[in-house]
Design a protein around this ligand. Structure first.
Ligand SMILES: [Zn+2]
Length: 420
């Protein structure tokens, strides 16, 4: 019964996903010319089953609204879609789409005019240092490990008596697994700032900081983030920077990795799962960090949100199956996910649904956090609800405050639920 109800919700909802497909390495910022350049297509009347089918041709669903899917495909993949019976019109070249966003005015390595409010890698690290320096009693910065190119993946711990490992429920917020989803870094910085600067004045913040241990990881994919902006033009980059083609970090986690047709074994695909589970050092670092929070046989992290853009969704496990109840998920557990997910969505206006209602994915963080550690783990797809393709990944900086504070109440709900 849950299935049919969920399908109706999906079709009616704005959707798009974590899973969002991006642009391949071959995409340049020049107007489209090469015959093999990917393009964006519109596919009407889709559901989770047909969207999964679309992704299995090698094309990628990058957004869905009211059942209309926005799909990225090379000419060859577009042919496969047509052969499979999908009706698709003329595509719009991705290079053209990128050129509309890029204005050629950015200093290399930094965000262009209109985007100055975003933090690049160095600015994010500096901001974490500033916070830890200003609030040494409740905030401490460290690193969970290094990226392919040797950048630290910083983590900020926020709690009273921050230097001690107290027996308090722990909550993890992580951002920017996907390189071009820059708004998510700002979301994690919002959490870091709010739970430190508000400690002295906001009773709710004080209660959370005193009663929880909060972990914030603003950039899981520092190389991909840096690459996306290093030329001065956005690249539309999604994956990490391993082996030139990159690995989709959110298909590289080790719970039922590659099990179910929800990721690709083609290194050129945007959802390339890597050569093995944990083959990306960034996911391996996340695994080691989360594993390290098992103390006395009990996982201390009770709840988590993995932030992505875009589509305005609250998603819960599992992604690898469209079943609600399955190995590792009882009806009671599912109902808790749906209840808390619904409450958070009520607070921010997102659409709540099981991850696989968008399309099937395997090897994502959500499935591992729950499947391996029973962490009440959600994925948020942030603003916008729909973006017409690439534009949705690059909202101007003037939305940052509104779209990050929009999730304050949902963050509070999760912090509360971590103690339940
Ligand atoms: Zn994402």
């Amino acid at each position: 019964m849950f299935s049919s109800r969920r399908k109706a919700v999906t079709v009616a909802a704005a959707a798009c996903l974590v899973l969002l497909a991006p642009f391949s390495a071959s995409v340049s910022a020049e107007p489209t010319s090469a015959a093999q350049d990917p393009a964006i297509y519109t596919v009407p009347n889709t559901d989770s089953t047909s969207r999964t089918e679309i992704n299995r041709t090698g094309a990628q669903v990058i957004g869905v609204r009211d059942g209309v899917a926005t799909v990225e495909a090379t000419p060859e993949q577009a042919q496969r879609l047509r052969a499979a019976g999908f009706v698709i019109g003329e595509g719009t070249g991705l290079g053209e789409a990128l050129q509309r966003i890029n204005r050629g005015q950015a200093a290399p390595g930094d965000f262009p005019p209109g985007y100055e409010g975003y933090h690049n890698y160095d600015e994010t690290v500096a901001e974490l240092d500033r916070i830890a320096g200003a609030h040494p009693d409740i905030a401490a910065k460290s690193s969970i490990g290094k990226s392919v190119e040797g950048r630290d993946i910083p983590v900020l711990k926020i709690s009273d008596n921050v230097g001690q490992d107290e027996d308090e429920p722990e909550v993890l917020f992580n951002c920017n697994q996907h390189a071009r989803e820059h708004l998510t870094t700002e979301m994690c910085l919002r959490i870091a700032d709010r739970f430190t600067s508000g400690y002295a004045s906001d009773p709710a913040v004080k209660e959370a900081v005193d009663g929880r241990e909060i972990w914030v990881i603003p950039i899981v994919n520092p190389d991909g983030k840096s690459y996306d902006i290093e030329s001065g033009d956005f690249q539309g980059w999604r994956k990490n920077r391993q082996d030139t083609t990159g690995t989709d970090l959110n298909r590289n986690w080790g719970y039922k990795w590659g099990c179910c047709g929800g990721s690709s074994d083609d290194p050129n695909a945007e959802d390339y799962r890597g050569t093995a589970a944990w083959s990306a050092p960034e996911t391996a670092a996340m695994r080691d960090f989360i594993d390290s929070r098992v103390v006395g046989g009990a996982q201390q992290i009770k709840a988590a949100i993995d932030f992505h853009t875009y589509s305005e969704l609250v998603l819960w496990p599992f992604g690898h199956t469209s079943d609600d109840v399955t190995e590792g998920m009882t009806q009671e557990e599912y109902d808790r996910f749906a209840r808390v997910g619904g409450e958070m969505a009520q607070s921010n206006g997102y659409t709540p649904q099981q991850s696989s209602d968008l399309y099937v994915t395997d090897g994502d963080s959500l499935d591992w956090m729950w499947g391996q550690h029973k962490i009440l783990a959600y994925t948020f797809e942030m603003y916008p609800a729909s973006g017409g393709g690439l534009d949705g990944f690059y909202p101007p900086a003037d939305v940052i405050e509104k779209e990050t504070t929009r999730n304050d109440a949902a963050v509070d709900i999760l912090l509360r639920e971590a103690g339940a």
